[in-house]
Ligand binder design. Structure first.
Ligand SMILES: CC(C)(COP(=O)(O)OP(=O)(O)OC[C@H]1O[C@@H](n2cnc3c(N)ncnc32)[C@H](O)[C@@H]1OP(=O)(O)O)[C@@H](O)C(=O)NCCC(=O)NCCS
Length: 162
């Protein structure tokens, strides 16, 4: 069982270390401490800590587009540091509930590296559909990487089996 709560300034050393860890940094585009700090106070963004039952941080989430007139919420980041315990899937389900029931989202979307099989698997398992591929849009050293855009619409969320 996990809980999402707003990130505080004191959490940022955990957030930055999690992002820079070898287990995670290949899958995301890491922010600086100042970028994360700025995101805590932006009204268009939600920066959230994922906590386990003993209130220990086990991950973090960033959502963007909260003020979008199009009711499109971007699931911008998900990092789980205690892996393979089901926390990632639980966190995604809580984000879906928050986006569709509290923020009245019409569409919840994200992009994920094409090579990130684990993340793509759980997004698809939880109802996200692939929209297309941004081919070789990221340069990583001498390699180019592609991003897959995925989304779930409000009616698809509500049609999912409980
Ligand atoms: C991706 C991430 C959020 C998943 O969180 P997690 O808590 O480890 O994941 P869970 O334990 O909830 O679920 C893992 C699932 O992936 C499956 N899986 C693991 N490795 C896999 C792989 N290489 N290919 C496909 N599926 C895989 C597991 O079998 C499990 O599925 P199941 O429950 O149906 O058996 C986490 O590992 C992470 O932070 N990764 C690095 C950052 C990242 O990739 N973020 C997402 C960027 S879009």
């Amino acid at each position: 069982m996990i809980l999402l709560r707003p990130t505080e300034v004191d959490d940022l050393s955990y957030v930055v270390a999690a992002e820079q860890h070898d287990d995670n940094n290949a899958f995301i585009i890491a922010w600086t401490y100042d970028q994360h700090r700025g995101a805590l106070f932006g009204t268009d963004l939600a920066h959230l800590i994922v906590e386990d039952e003993s209130d220990k941080p086990v991950g973090f989430i960033i959502l963007a587009g909260l003020e979008s007139p199009h009711q499109n919420i971007e699931f911008r980041r998900l990092v789980i540091t205690e892996k393979a315990k089901g926390y990632g899937q639980e966190a995604i389900q809580q984000v879906q509930r928050f986006a569709f029931t509290r923020l009245s989202a019409h569409r919840l979307w994200l992009d994920v590296k094409e090579s990130n099989r684990r993340a793509r698997y759980i997004y698809e398992k939880l109802g996200f559909r692939e929209e297309g591929v941004l081919r070789e849009c990221l340069k990583n050293g001498e390699q180019f990487e592609s991003l897959v855009v995925m989304s779930i619409l409000s009616h698809e969320y509500y049609q999912q089996p409980a």
